[in-house]
Design a binder for this molecule. Structure first.
Ligand SMILES: [Zn+2]
Length: 78
């Protein structure tokens, strides 16, 4: 019986690890091509910015000289 419990524990650890890896996948942000600020997709500023904002991966936004928004910090993951 002890052995079975150990297997169950290992199995759930694997599931947890899988979920963590999925979360580390790159985040998509709104990048303002004028101000060069990038935002979490749910940030109020991102939602107001429609004409100048494009969706980019966060690494791509940084590559283009993006600065994180002061309100949302440029990410929803904190
Ligand atoms: Zn923002």
């Amino acid at each position: 019986m002890k052995r079975l419990a150990a297997i169950c524990l290992l199995f759930s650890l694997c599931i947890l690890q899988g979920a963590a890896t999925a979360q580390e996948k790159e985040e998509t942000v709104f990048f303002n091509v004028r101000s060069h600020k990038y935002h979490c997709l749910t940030c109020g500023y991102a939602q107001r910015c429609t004409a100048n904002c494009i969706e980019l991966l966060i690494s791509e936004a940084k590559k283009r000289g993006g600065m994180p928004c002061k309100i949302c910090g440029g990410t929803c993951r904190r």
